[in-house]
Design a protein around this ligand. Structure first.
Ligand code: C2O
Length: 579
């Protein structure tokens, strides 16, 4: 065998960097019987009998192949949250947007590359509320492995922390009741860290309902924190420990020191934590739900989830220390964290586009509309149509195409949108009003109707979008997620966005704005984002609160093909499910 230093230098380096691999998994979706909140519960849709589901670990440039085997009684799809899906738009996963669902007893194989992305992403069901139990992490390391992380120190170990919500109920039935009655879902019974609520809940079986994170003194850990909760942003603290944030939504950030991490549903945060306690000990990690609602008061469960950070050598019966409490409505802390992050500008990474082709101003929020005939639980016997909850963007309340029609991507590919969607999603709200004032919460302004509208973009068009929260029903921090792209967050603030004041760039960060796939629009405020539509396909943009998505808080970007085969939507995979 040749000694490495006798090899030509180029070959040596090539051998030290892993070649692109194919990483293959099978996801069997079926039953899992678990004990949760001191009760025995049956999860109807769990992946491979686990909660959370398996972590997919890859390196940048690898190919991911996941065989979905649907052994559950419900239709299923999986979305790879944050993966661009360039050249594989059929694998994105949202039901009826890019595919028809995988029916009970059927299979489908998702295939895609993770190219040009490093950090923490995740996967989840994208149909009904089934992502409450169908979710897991997708960890993308650099090609050169952990030694290539741009920040230091290099972690000794990495730890995935998935924050979730738990209902003592069948979540499929919860969604059906919410949709058919036009109501918001009640709050979760508990919040969880890696599937476990922690010991405030588990007097009955303290040990196995609390997640334990084992550390060694003076080692540094890379925490990959994912908010997989359906409807709730979270604050995360560890007693006596602080964090250095190094990435968010799989985009590196300027290292940011903090004693609290804030993560909205759909978002991820990578943070270094040094086990720097003076002596081996036990410390609580506490996830506190953020209640961003102002004005109206949607139902909210203020409970916390707890895990235990346990040092090697600590006495197992030592009572863990608690971090200082976080107020559930601490908007100031949420805003400080979420608006202070900036990108780590690296050579070769995309930077914010400086010229803009299309400017959109889009209101996001709740409202109401008429009960639809198929929403049987709110129908009245005398034929009148009661007003029910409905949410919208620019007053268009999004409705997925009916099962039975082709998916939106299929209709786009076939060049036949008729009966599936219309191309009239508006660039402005139909009425200009004082969006965040209490006085605006009127029946007239709240009223919206259902439609399936898309905004068509030319290939490579640059879009700037102001996302403006409204006071209708309640102000809330809506986590707005865009499929198929990252965007840059140029500015955020409270109240009404003032185009005149913000106009020629002086409030915008055009140097190192944070790059994200999900932005938590401040409650009663706004955020300005930019992205380049360099990925042909049909890309959902929606609130990552499932309760709001279900009520219509979404729209779709239809991005046209570019000039070459590589910049065009490819034919659908042969095994793509039919409707
Ligand atoms: Cu993570 Cu369309 O969602």
């Amino acid at each position: 065998m040749a000694w490495p230093w006798l090899l030509p230098l180029g070959l040596f380096f090539a051998a030290s960097v892993a070649q692109a691999a194919v990483v293959e998994h099978t996801f069997n979706v079926g039953n899992l019987s678990i004990s949760q909140l001191c009760e025995q519960a049956m999860i109807i849709t769990a992946v491979n009998g686990r909660l959370p589901g398996p972590t997919i670990k890859v390196r940048e440039g690898d190919t991911v192949v996941v065989h979905l085997v649907n052994e559950s009684p419900y239709n299923m799809t999986i979305h790879w949250h944050g993966v661009f899906q360039r050249g594989s738009p059929w694998a994105d996963g949202p039901s009826m947007v890019t595919q028809c669902p995988v029916k009970p007893g059927c299979n489908y194989t998702y295939r895609f590359n993770v190219t040009g992305q490093e950090g923490t992403l995740w996967w989840h069901a994208h149909i009904s509320f089934l992502r409450a139990t169908v979710y897991g992490a997708l960890v993308i390391r650099p090609r050169g492995g952990a030694a290539s992380y741009p920040s230091s120190p290099k972690p000794h170990r990495e730890e995935v922390l998935l924050l979730g919500e738990w209902w003592n109920a069948n979540v499929y039935d919860l969604e059906r009741t919410a949709f058919l009655s036009g109501n918001v879902t009640g709050p979760a019974n508990a919040y969880t860290i890696n599937g476990k609520p922690g010991d405030p809940y588990s007097n009955c079986s303290a040990a196995d309902q609390t997640y334990k994170f084992h550390v060694r003194r003076n080692e540094t850990y890379l925490l990959r924190i994912i908010n997989a909760a359906l409807n709730t942003p979270m604050f995360l603290r560890v007693a006596n420990h602080s964090f250095t944030v190094v990435a968010a939504d799989a985009a590196y950030t300027t290292p940011y020191e903090t004693d609290v991490v804030v993560v909205a549903p759909g978002q991820t945060v990578d943070a270094l934590m040094a086990a720097a306690g003076a002596a081996p000990g036990r410390y609580y990690m506490v996830a506190t739900p953020y209640d961003s609602a102002v004005g109206g008061t949607p139902p909210f469960n203020p409970a916390t989830a707890r895990a235990v950070v346990e040092y090697a050598g600590a006495a197992g019966d030592e009572t863990p220390q608690l971090p200082p409490p976080t107020q559930n409505n601490d908007t100031a802390t949420a805003f400080r964290f979420l608006s202070n992050l900036t990108a780590l500008v690296l050579p070769g990474k995309p930077t914010v586009p400086l010229s803009v082709d299309t400017r959109m101003f889009v209101t996001v929020g709740l409202g109401n509309g008429d009960c639809q005939p198929k929403q049987t639980l709110c129908n009245t016997t005398d034929g009148t149509r009661p007003r029910i909850f409905s949410s919208s963007m620019n007053n268009a309340s999004f409705l997925l195409p009916d099962a039975g029609s082709p998916s939106m991507l299929q209709a786009h590919y076939d060049g036949n949108a008729s009966g599936v969607y219309t191309r009239d999603f508006p660039d402005r709200p139909p009425v200009i009003f004082d969006y965040t004032a209490d006085a605006s919460d009127t029946d007239e302004l709240k009223y919206t109707t259902k439609s399936t509208k898309v905004r068509t973009l030319r290939y490579n068009e640059t879009v700037e979008m102001v996302l403006q929260n409204t006071r209708l029903i309640a102000k809330e921090s809506h986590p707005m997620h865009l499929h198929g792209f990252n965007f840059f967050v140029l500015a955020q603030g409270f109240g009404n966005y003032d185009e005149a004041a913000a106009a020629p760039g002086f409030k915008f960060n055009l140097v190192n704005p944070q790059e994200r796939n999900t932005v938590a629009v401040p409650t009663g405020g706004w955020a300005v984002i930019r992205f380049v539509a360099n990925n042909p396909g049909m890309w959902f943009m929606h609130c990552h609160f499932d309760a709001h998505l279900d009520l219509g808080l979404g729209m779709v970007f239809e991005v046209q093909d570019g000039p070459t085969a590589e910049t065009s939507v490819p034919p659908p995979p042969l095994d793509l499910p039919h409707c």
